[in-house]
Write a protein that binds this ligand. Sequence first.
Ligand SMILES: C[S@@+](CC[C@H](N)C(=O)[O-])C[C@H]1O[C@@H](n2cnc3c(N)ncnc32)[C@H](O)[C@@H]1O
Length: 206
Amino acid sequence: MNFLKGIHYRSRIFYDALDLLKLGRKRFFRFQIAAQHIKPGESVIDVCAGCGALKDFILRDCAYTAVEASPEFSLTLKQKGIECISCDLHRGWPESIPTADVIVMVISLCQFRDTSAERLLESFKKAAKRVVIVEEVLKKPRLKGSWFQKLINYLCATDFYVPVDSWYTGSEFEKLMQNHGYQCEKTSGRYRVGSYGFNPGQDKVS
Ligand SMILES: C[S@@+](CC[C@H](N)C(=O)[O-])C[C@H]1O[C@@H](n2cnc3c(N)ncnc32)[C@H](O)[C@@H]1O
C-alpha cells in the first residue's frame, strides 16, 4: 500500500483517473471558468498547474507558463514543451518569477491555507495585472479527523505537501478574498472564483 502514498502528485495517470472518476464530463469545467478570464495574446502563469491541462482551454497565441512543485508533473510539462518553473510555494512566491498579464490558480489555494495562502494572494497582485483563483469549496468544513480528508492527505503526501484539515467553505473563501481586495463570484457548480484587477462585467472573454 505504501506506493499509494503521494501518488496523486506523482502519477499523471492516477491524477487524471481520479479526476475522471470524481467529475466525469464536468472535469473540464474549472478550466473553462479560468479560460473565460484570459484575453487573446496575454501571458499567463498557471500556478500549481498539474500537467498543464488549462493550456488546452486558452487561446493559442497566449504565452503559457506553469509553476509546479511535483518533479513528475514538471517533467510531463517539459515533455509537452511547456515552460515550467519548479518551486515549493509553501515558502512564498519566488521574486525571480517574471511578471505576467494574468495569474491563474485552479483548485489549489486550500493547500496553502495553513502556510502561505495569504502571502501568495498579495504576491499575485504584484506579479500580474489580473489574478483568477478558481477554488472548489465545501458547504461546511470537514470534521477534524475526517477519513476522506485523511485519505486525500495520504494520496498527496509528498515532501512539498502540507496536510490540511479541510478545504475552504464558500464563506471562508469569500472572506479570504474580501480581506485581500479580490472580487468573489459563485459559479453554478462546486466552484467559487476570486478575481483581482478585472473591471466587473467587462473583462470576461466569453
Ligand atoms: C489539486 S492539484 C491542481 C492541479 C491543476 N490546477 C488542476 O486543476 O487539475 C494541485 C497541484 O498543486 C501542486 N502543488 C502541491 N503542493 C505544491 C507546492 N508546495 N508548491 C507548488 N505546487 C504544489 C501539485 O503538484 C498539483 O499539481
